[in-house]
Design a protein around this ligand. Structure first.
Ligand code: ACO
Length: 328
């Protein structure tokens, strides 16, 4: 069976209006702007309004991506939402988005691979299109991390923000599109980064009875070491699989977790900073939403031309990682 080339037809993003600055966090926990900026690069993050859930953010980003692609909601065959903060256990956030868009011909499911979720989603959706089973897919990364962040824990609360990014995928000419995907997981590192409550091992009924917090736990130092190692190696593996070299990269779109992690990846790939999208100072870590928001901003800012070689790379809880080479 011959496979079709699959590329990105449109991108979109949505971030909530409310900005939470480092100065405000200084009043909430024992931290300061200088520490946060020097250790992470983060200056501010967006926080969803009380009435906004993950599906609301996802829907807004999806509308922009569909308009950019010139595809109607009814033409969609598939909606994938990568998230660790779904509106509810089920129905899937993807089904809620499907209903709101009126994408009545689309299959819909959520995908949980933490910050690597968007790349996992792209790989899934592009395979459906490559084989000819589907023509158009909407892949969204969307998170309301503020809902699972403990704002009394200075180790984690400075790091996260809310937002959504979306892409419409479809068939493209042979020389364009996704040239490789690398996906990986190491469950032995699951303990390093987790939200362990609210699932079947500690249901919400127990949470309410014991007033247990249901928030992100992270061993920052260990995750940092893993991230520095895996960002470089996953990007290199994706380049190799695509038959390309570091010199071919026009733009790197990394997961936005920490500028020190991004700079380590740039060093390993011999890339100058202007060949990388860094919007972490304004949005912090939005998990599965970070790569599609960065991609949408690079498109908005006309930083990508047809034929450019992009490398998308991310890591996250699981532990998981993913990378892809995309010719625009
Ligand atoms: N303000 C001030 N001091 C702080 C803060 C804060 N917000 N947070 C921690 N500190 C203190 C610590 O208590 C520690 O003090 P001690 O030495 O007296 O114990 C000191 O600062 C240094 O702490 P470290 O953990 O060594 O700081 P580090 O330089 O490693 O930076 C950070 C911490 C930013 C969390 C870093 O480890 C990191 O970025 N790790 C990776 C995080 C990441 O990428 N997570 C991905 C999550 S993605 C997902 O799947 C949701």
């Amino acid at each position: 069976m011959s496979l079709r080339s699959v590329g990105v037809l449109g991108t979109g993003k949505y971030v909530p209006e409310r900005v939470l600055t480092n100065a405000e966090l200084e009043k909430m926990v024992d931290t300061n702007d200088e520490w946060i900026v020097s250790r992470t690069g983060i200056k501010e993050r967006r926080i969803a309004a009380e009435h906004e859930d993950t599906s609301d953010l996802a829907f807004r980003a999806a509308e922009v991506a569909l308009a950019a692609a010139g595809i109607t909601a009814e033409q969609l065959d598939l909606i994938v939402v990568a998230t660790v903060t779904p509106d509810m256990a089920f129905p899937a956030t993807a089904c809620i988005v499907q209903e709101r868009l009126g994408a009545k011909n689309a299959a819909a499911f959520d995908l949980s691979a933490a910050c690597s979720g968007f790349i996992y989603g792209l790989a899934n959706a592009s395979n459906f299109i490559a084989t000819g089973m589907y023509n158009y897919a909407l892949v969204i990364g969307a998170e309301c991390l503020s809902r699972i962040t403990d704002y009394t824990d200075r180790n984690t609360c400075i790091l996260f923000g809310d937002g959504a990014g979306a892409t419409v995928l479809g068939p493209v000419e042979a020389e364009r599109g996704f040239k490789s995907f690398v996906l990986g997981a190491d469950g032995t590192g699951g303990e390093l980064l987790k939200v362990e409550k609210g699932g079947s091992s500690c249901p919400t009924s127990e949470l309410a009875a014991e007033a247990k917090p249901n928030s992100i736990y992270m061993n920052g130092r260990e995750v940092f070491k893993f991230a520095v190692r895996i960002m470089g190696s996953a990007a290199e593996e994706a380049l190799l699989k695509a038959g390309k070299t570091k010199e071919d990269i026009d733009l790197l779109i990394p997961h936005q977790a920490n500028t020190r992690i991004i700079h380590a990846a740039l060093e390993r790939l011999n890339l100058p900073e202007h060949k990388c999208v860094i919007n972490l100072p304004y949005y912090a870590n939005t998990s599965a939403a970070s790569i599609p928001i960065a991609l949408a901003e690079a498109v908005e800012q006309e930083r990508i031309s047809q034929g450019d070689t992009l490398v998308l790379v991310g890591f996250g809880g699981g532990l998981t990682w993913g990378a892809s080479v995309l010719v625009w």
